[in-house]
Design a protein around this ligand. Structure first.
Ligand code: NAD
Ligand code: MG
Length: 384
């Protein structure tokens, strides 16, 4: 990497990916300058502490009501702002080199669009952006010649395996899945699980939404659509295999039958760091993989009779339109209803299935059409 510091923004700085990103930045203080941080409402002390530690000039909270608190807690060199509009304005004007998007859910869409509009590369953890709005977002990125660099571990693995190769040589992309806490369970066993059970992920420590999505395998459904957009692959070239050790992060199968995989210990710092330093590879002391110590790597197919999630993604990808946004929105609403104890875990799939069935898919959607489909789906899924 050359001598000048890269100017970066970190959206969702207080979350799980945000915290891992800060770990990566701490290990390379000479390479990056954190110019902007943001977070949702709440957790203002943490946002202010990040501003102080990294001497960040601009800090944004999503909630207007939190602005006085943020203002009173940030250090002298930091200006506090509130609201999505303020965040988007800053992203449009700050002349950044890279925006790391680690906001959970659809709240990431407009900030990412603003950053792309300003010609800024995106390191994208917020998979919901591509699931809901992949068609217009990828189109805009191509127009603006902006790179969408995957941070999701599976997509970072695929990205690294694919580098330097023509997509024509790819037979299929194989996303690996840990299987989550309910792997191997029957439908009857899953019927009565509680929120706390779903929060016990076997290999990754993550925010609550993606942890629940991992338990239902909706995370893998979202990731199939994410891969569809990132790598421009049709639904029949995207596959999933369960790999409980989470050491192989994904696999490219080539036309000649060879496969290339990417391996590391499960730590999100690996894909985050690569998105920040590529094409360079820097030794920042991350834990090394010792395959002899790992012992054995195992694989199995997803039991789709128990976990019907992947079929939703295949349908959404075949339809190529607003249906994936509807799947994503219904999943949000159903997940929240499960958290509140309003429905059982399998009710999540029922709600997604019914909402998707009731939707009139719109092809080649604009951002506005996507937001309209999303709003419709949220209302529909809430009323079921
Ligand atoms: P998290 O819940 O730990 O953190 C979410 C962050 O988003 C927080 O900083 C929160 O303040 C911020 N936020 C929430 N609502 C907001 C709003 N309305 N406006 C602005 N900011 C808001 O989530 P996470 O686990 O870090 O996941 C973030 C994203 O990364 C998700 O899309 C997830 O699917 C993806 N991801 C996470 C992991 C992981 O290991 N955690 C791995 C792969 C992909
Ligand atoms: Mg992932």
């Amino acid at each position: 990497m050359n001598g000048t510091k890269k100017r970066i923004a970190l959206l969702g700085a207080t979350g799980s990916i945000g915290t891992s990103t800060l770990r990566v930045l701490r290990a390379m203080p000479e390479a990056f300058e954190l110019v902007l941080i943001s977070a949702g409402g709440g957790n203002i002390p943490k946002l202010a502490a990040i501003a102080a530690e990294f001497k960040v000039p601009h800090a944004v909270t999503a909630a207007e009501t939190c602005l006085p608190q943020l203002r009173s807690q940030v250090p002298a060199g930091t200006t506090a702002y509130a609201g999505e509009g303020a965040l988007c304005d800053l992203l449009s004007t700050l002349d950044l080199d890279l925006v790391v998007s680690a906001i959970v859910g659809n709240a990431a869409i407009l900030p990412v669009v603003a950053a792309i509009g300003a010609g800024c590369d995106i390191a994208l953890a917020s998979k919901e952006v591509l699931v809901a709005a992949g068609y217009p977002v990828m189109k805009l990125a191509a127009e603006k010649k902006v790179r969408i660099l995957p941070v999701d571990s599976e997509h970072s693995a695929l990205f690294q395996c694919l580098e330097g190769h023509s997509p024509d040589n790819v037979k299929k992309l194989i996303l690996t899945a840990s299987g989550g806490p309910f792997r191997g369970k029957s439908s009857a066993e899953i019927a009565g699980v509680a929120w706390a059970d779903a929060m016990k992920h076997p290999t990754w420590s993550m925010g609550p939404k993606v942890t629940l999505d991992s338990a239902t395998l909706m995370n893998k459904a979202l990731e199939m659509v994410e891969a569809h957009h990132l790598f421009q692959m049709s639904e029949d070239r995207i596959d999933v295999q369960v790999h409980p050790q989470s050491i192989i992060h994904s696999i490219v199968e080539w036309r000649d039958g060879n496969q290339t995989a990417l391996l590391s210990v499960p730590d999100m710092c690996f894909p985050i760091q690569y998105a920040l330093t590529l094409p360079d590879r820097i030794d920042t002391g991350l834990k090394r993989l010792d395959l002899a110590q790992a012992g054995c790597l195992t694989f199995e197919r997803v039991d789709e009779r128990v976990f019907p999630s992947l079929a939703f993604a295949r349908t959404a990808m075949r339809e190529q339109g607003t249906l994936a946004a509807v799947m994503n929105a219904a999943n949000d609403v159903a997940g929240e209803r499960f958290r509140q104890g309003d429905i059982a875990l399998p009710g999540i799939w029922t709600i997604i299935e019914k909402t998707m069935s009731a939707h009139q898919n719109g092809k080649d959607p604009t951002l506005d059409e996507i937001f309209a489909a999303d709003n419709w789906a949220r209302a529909y899924a809430a009323a079921l």
